[in-house]
Design a protein around this ligand. Structure first.
Ligand SMILES: O=C(CO)COP(=O)(O)O
Ligand SMILES: [Zn+2]
Length: 212
């Protein structure tokens, strides 16, 4: 199937609109973060490297084929292979968001978290939108080994946290990936706010009931 022009045009507009919204609410700063969408023909539309999510030009987004080769537009994000690895493991997903959202980054630096599941189930929405959140060991941004470490978790998790870096979240739609990334950031903020106080997260039974 070939992606229709209107599908690609709509996706270009949506990436720019969501990027601006995230940037204006300070969910990523400077030229950090990247967004991609997988179109129905398997091609990947991605934000260019060193672009600000607040100021994207729909005509300059990078288009890659399903093998990750650059077809058109500006040079793609240095995390292009990481986005491809997410899609490779997650057939039903069509969007990936990566941000340097401050509270999520702060949690990714804490020494004493469980790397298999970084945040406790503080709220129902965290469990519903994010679920279990593994910590990916530190690799430099754009490192192939970072993408391969994400690939290992992506089959069973749509949200991961890169150590000393930030979240990567996929969704069936860009809206879904966006909302899950925002839920992760707010939960990270709550977690830091509650530091040092006794907390009462959801019980395993309460959390499991939401996962059904
Ligand atoms: O967040 C980033 C790297 O992890 C930003 O990189 P790009 O500007 O190449 O998208
Ligand atoms: Zn990054």
């Amino acid at each position: 199937m070939t992606a229709t022009i209107s599908e690609e045009t709509r996706a270009r507009d949506e990436i720019c609109k969501v990027g601006r919204s995230l940037f204006e609410r300070r969910l990523t700063m400077g030229s950090t973060g990247n967004i991609s969408m997988r179109l129905s023909d398997g091609t990947l539309l991605m934000t260019p490297t060193n672009a600000s999510l607040g100021d994207l030009d729909p005509a300059r987004l990078s288009l890659l084929d399903s093998d990750g080769a650059h077809i058109s537009g500006d040079k793609p994000t240095k995390e292009a292979f990481l986005h491809s690895c997410m899609y490779c493991e997650r057939n039903a997903d069509h969007a990936v968001v990566h941000l340097h959202s401050t509270h999520s980054v702060a949690v990714s630096i804490l020494a004493d978290v469980d790397p298999a599941d970084v945040l406790p189930p503080l709220t129902a929405y965290f469990v519903m939108r994010v679920g279990r959140l593994p910590l990916i060991p530190y690799f430099a941004p754009g490192d192939r080994d970072l993408a391969l470490a994400v690939k290992k978790e992506a089959g069973t998790h749509h949200a991961v946290l890169l150590a000393n870096h930030g979240p990567v979240v996929s969704g069936k739609t860009l809206r879904e990936a966006q909302y899950a990334t925002e839920e992760l950031e707010e939960t990270a903020r709550l977690f830091l706010m509650l530091d040092g106080r006794p907390i009462r997260p959801l019980t395993p039974a309460q959390a499991d009931a939401l996962r059904k």
